[in-house]
Design a protein around this ligand. Sequence first.
Ligand code: AP5
Length: 213
Amino acid sequence: MKIIMLGAPGAGKGTQAVKIAKEYSIPHVSTGDIFRANIKNGTELGKKAKSYMDKGQLVPDEVTIEMLLKRIEEDDCGGGYVLDGFPRTIAQAESLKKSLEAKKQKIDYAINIDVPDSAIVERMSGRRSCPKCGASYHVSFNPPKKEGTCDNCGESLIQRDDDKPETVEKRLEVYHEQTKPLVDYYDSEGILKTVDGTKTTDEVFKAIAEVLK
Ligand code: AP5
């Protein structure tokens, strides 16, 4: 099963991708998490990505596409994967399609989590993330069992640098300009499934599980 998660920043792509990965035993591949791991490890890729991420801009396609296509070649992706945060531009979607077609493969579903912009800022300001496993929490809507600690791996949770209100606004602007066109793109490919992302995380997952059934 090869799945793409679509939706605005903060729509809940990461939250749902973790659940899907667990339910279907496939890897959760998040380009944002890969960039953040590189930033943490001080790599050249991390330094380059940080300069864009801190401004709420997209990391250039030539960096991101190569990185993602290499990641999905790894052994754990042989039985499928859930992509979170990729593709984010039409050029990324086209490159992915071309690369999969060359192997006689295709994406099965593009799941679009629909949340209005008005709900996004509240979600981002309360978000706490695990720097180790990528799990995402919210201080009110989805708190961890023990405050400040990841339920999955016990790591201390952090607030992301790009969750400041002014950066969130820029990320939303970039989403509408460059990423939202992918909703029409995957609709015309016949694999788009839109779910209402304003419900609780369990209800959203139930809707996604219905689609994947
Ligand atoms: P990335 O890490 O992908 O960030 P994003 O797409 O902006 O998405 P988020 O991780 O912010 O949100 P999400 O939809 O996963 O929501 P979450 O589940 O955490 O990318 C970061 C940056 O990296 C980009 O800005 C860009 O610079 C760069 N980048 C990454 N990929 C790239 C690419 N392909 N090309 C170029 N650049 C790239 O949920 C958010 C909050 O809401 C949490 O607190 C959560 O607990 C809460 N929540 C979730 N669901 C619900 C619900 N149903 N009800 C109430 N609260 C909820």
